[in-house]
Design a protein. Structure first.
Length: 107
C-alpha cells in the first residue's frame, strides 16, 4: 500500500478529481489547501497550492500518478509534484481494525 501525495495548482483540482473518479477501486481522496514558500535570499513569497493525499494499493499507483500528471500539467514552473510514500499499516479509528490495504468503507 502506498500514499500518493500531490501538490498541484488549485485551478486544476476539478480536472484532476474528474480523472481520479474514473479509476475503479480508488477508495477516496483527501484534499487540502497548502501554502508553498519560496526561500530566495532576502525574499519570501507565499503561493497557495492544493494538496491531494490518496492511499492506494500497489497495483493502482502508476494509474493514479498518470492521471494526476496528465491533468495537472501546464508546462509552467510551479506545476507541483507527486510523491509516493510506503504505508506499513492502516488502523481504523472507529473499530480499531488493522489492515495493509485501504478500504473506503473503513475510512
Amino acid at each position: 500500500m502506498k500514499e500518493i501525495k500531490a501538490i498541484i495548482q488549485p485551478f486544476l483540482l476539478d480536472r484532476v478529481l474528474d480523472a481520479l473518479h474514473d479509476i475503479e477501486g480508488l477508495p477516496g481522496v483527501t484534499v487540502s489547501e497548502a501554502r508553498a514558500v519560496s526561500m530566495k535570499r532576502g525574499h519570501y513569497e507565499q503561493v497557495v497550492k492544493t494538496r491531494l493525499e490518496i492511499m492506494v494499493s500497489d497495483p493502482l499507483v502508476e494509474t493514479v500518478i498518470k492521471a494526476i500528471q496528465s491533468q495537472a500539467h501546464t508546462g509552467n514552473a510551479g506545476d507541483g509534484g507527486i510523491f509516493v510514500i510506503p504505508i506499513e499499516e492502516m488502523v481504523n479509528i472507529r473499530t480499531g481494525e488493522r489492515s495493509i490495504e485501504p478500504d473506503s468503507r473503513q475510512l
